[in-house]
Design a protein around this ligand. Structure first.
Ligand SMILES: C[S@@+](CC[C@H](N)C(=O)[O-])C[C@H]1O[C@@H](n2cnc3c(N)ncnc32)[C@H](O)[C@@H]1O
Length: 285
């Protein structure tokens, strides 16, 4: 499997400015790339609490962070439990929090997970302890519900057309059946696969992505100390809008990025997954 290349790594480290003795939380530790850099930057005794809902991700993070010994603590948890877990592990107040939403390259590359257009499955759960799968939505929801979902979470203009063919051709058993059906229905224009927005919609619904973002943001002020920072990387405009408006309208936070930090052309070429990344940074006041 391809290793996961952390997005906007230098920018995240600059934003969090980790220091020796500091306590940091990575709410989406993934393969541990950002976490490793935070631990290096906070040497010799900075500590990191890493959360992830995905067991495979945690195993990789464990390998990446092994050299740091007890400076790294990993917990399988949804980041919506950040305050509870941080309290339990004595991580409050933290000096900084990182949230890097979206998929890891390992999740995308694993055909059994159903995230890629070529996958044999239609699962799309980031945490397999949850129940709802993409297959359930695609094969059971009625046409109007499907169309609304694809329009709202995928911002897909052809949502009605796509919902109609899904209902006509189901049951669908794999991501590649679904991706091919969408391609045949709406055609391909440009470089982006025509199923991209529908897949985004399904993933958001399966993993409650927007609710999770809305849930975690208000907890951060209770987790991070005054003067501490949070760095948040989003990968689609629905998430970014929530983060942007939260920091704008919340007196506990000073927004340090009037415009989000985005990857350079060179960074996107080296790591295509970074294409739509936006980093926002805020300081607790
Ligand atoms: C983009 S990856 C993070 C990559 C990481 N920054 C690195 O450098 O390797 C996002 C990770 O967040 C996890 N994730 C997504 N939603 C989550 C949630 N609500 N709670 C906990 N982990 C979540 C995914 O399982 C995935 O491993």
């Amino acid at each position: 499997m391809k290793p996961h290349v952390p997005v906007l790594l230098d920018e995240v480290i600059h934003a969090l400015a980790p220091k020796g003795g500091g306590k940091y939380i990575d709410g989406t530790v993934g393969a541990g790339g950002h976490a490793e850099a935070i631990l290096n930057a906070s040497a010799p005794d900075g500590k990191l609490l890493g959360l992830d809902g995905d067991l495979d991700a945690l195993e990789l993070a464990r390998q990446t962070l092994q050299p740091f010994g007890e400076r790294a603590v990993l917990v399988r948890s949804n980041f919506t439990q950040i305050k509870t877990v941080a309290t339990q592990y004595g991580w409050i107040p933290a000096d900084g929090v990182l949230l890097d939403f979206g998929l890891s390259s390992m999740q995308l590359a694993n055909p059994a997970r159903g995230f890629a257009f070529t996958s044999d499955s239609l699962d799309m759960r980031m945490d397999d302890r949850t129940e709802l799968t993409a297959a359930e939505i695609v094969n059971k929801w009625d046409e109007a519900e499907l169309a609304d979902l694809i329009f709202e979470y995928g911002e897909e203009r052809a949502s009605h057309k796509i919902a109609r063919v899904i209902c006509e051709y189901r049951p669908l058993h794999s991501a590649h059946e679904l991706a091919d059906l969408i391609e045949r229905t709406v055609g391909r224009h440009g470089k982006i696969h025509p199923a991209t927005r529908t897949f985004q919609a399904l993933r958001i619904a399966v993993n409650h992505e927007l609710e999770n973002v809305e849930n975690v943001l208000p907890q951060l002020a209770q987790v991070v100390e005054q003067g501490g920072r949070v760095a948040i990387i989003t990968f689609h405009s629905l998430e970014d809008r929530i983060v942007k408006s939260f920091f704008k309208n919340n007196a506990q936070w000073r927004n340090l990025t009037k415009h989000p930090i985005q990857p350079t052309y060179q960074q996107t070429r080296e790591n295509p997954r970074a294409r739509s990344a936006k980093l926002r940074v805020a300081k607790r006041v």
